[in-house]
Design a protein around this ligand. Structure first.
Ligand code: MLT
Length: 268
């Protein structure tokens, strides 16, 4: 499998982007895979292994994550979307199938709204279009304030069990996600929490989506429950809905065969 890593200069800093699969397989749509909070491109490891046989995949580390530059000042879902559009412009790739998980999905609504010409398809995985209520916003602001004293290791300990169904994920996957969270910069955790707390409600926007959309849920996802995602899929014109059995929040890792098949069928 052909794999390269680019360092792309964006307005916010240098972004690390893993680029794999064939450059221009006839008819194949390139896929931009955007990770969740507080992770990096490694959460797409099973898609990199499998989907890259037939699709070109671009897997960025958002600024502040993985091998990208730290976030310089405050960020927002819109700013992150703009940075991703800069990456595609510089690589001269697109339009793409935008595939975002959770926070990657929140960024996705902004990307689709403000960079429509870069989008051919949308895959919205384990995410939501609504804004947070007051309680969730307060919790995020609290974490932004306290993370420098609690540390990312404790966050990793707490988060990992919410991300997977304990009966299904392999030890290797759990350890990988734990290590990613534990190594995420504390400023990134704080800035991404503040940015998610401030994100706008996109419920009206999704009813105007005019390109093929696949919504993927996890049957046992407590963070973005499948019923809520089914309702969201009904609000998107002609969207397909796929619920993955025996999975928590991180469907692409926990049930990668099912996830990959759903993406492949949708794009073919
Ligand atoms: C994620 O997986 O990106 C987060 O759980 C999103 C969130 O905190 O809302």
């Amino acid at each position: 499998m052909k794999q390269r890593t680019h360092k792309i200069k964006t307005a916010g800093g240098m972004m690390n982007v893993v680029d794999c699969g064939p450059d221009a397989l006839e008819g194949a749509t390139p896929i931009l895979l955007v990770h969740g909070f507080p992770l990096d491109h490694s959460m797409w490891t099973h898609q990199i292994e499998y989907l890259s046989q037939n699709f070109r995949l671009l897997c960025p580390d958002l600024l502040g994550c993985g091998r990208s530059d730290p976030i310089d000042g405050a960020t927002s879902m819109r700013l992150i979307a703009d940075e991703l559009a800069e990456v595609l412009d510089q690589l001269k790739v697109g339009p793409v199938a935008y595939c975002g998980l959770s926070m990657g999905g929140y960024v996705g609504w902004q990307f689709c709204k403000h960079h429509r010409s870069h989008v051919s398809h949308l895959i919205a995985s384990n995410t939501r279009a609504t804004a947070d209520d007051d309680i969730v916003q307060r919790g995020r602001r609290m974490m932004a304030k306290t993370i420098s004293s609690t540390g990312s290791k404790e966050l990793a300990n707490n988060m990992v069990e919410k991300l997977f169904l304990s009966t299904e994920a392999s030890k290797k996957e759990i350890e990988m996600v734990h290590a990613t969270i534990a190594s995420t910069r504390l400023e990134t955790i704080a800035e991404h929490q503040l940015a998610m707390a401030a994100r706008p409600d996109m419920s009206d926007f999704i009813s105007s989506i005019d390109f093929p959309t696949l919504v993927i849920a996890g049957e046992g996802d407590d963070i973005t429950p499948a019923d809520e995602m089914r309702t969201m899929a009904h609000a998107i014109p002609n969207a397909r809905f796929h619920c993955i059995a025996r999975s928590g929040h991180l469907t692409p890792l926990e049930q990668s065969d099912d996830f990959n098949r759903a993406v492949e069928q949708f794009l073919n």
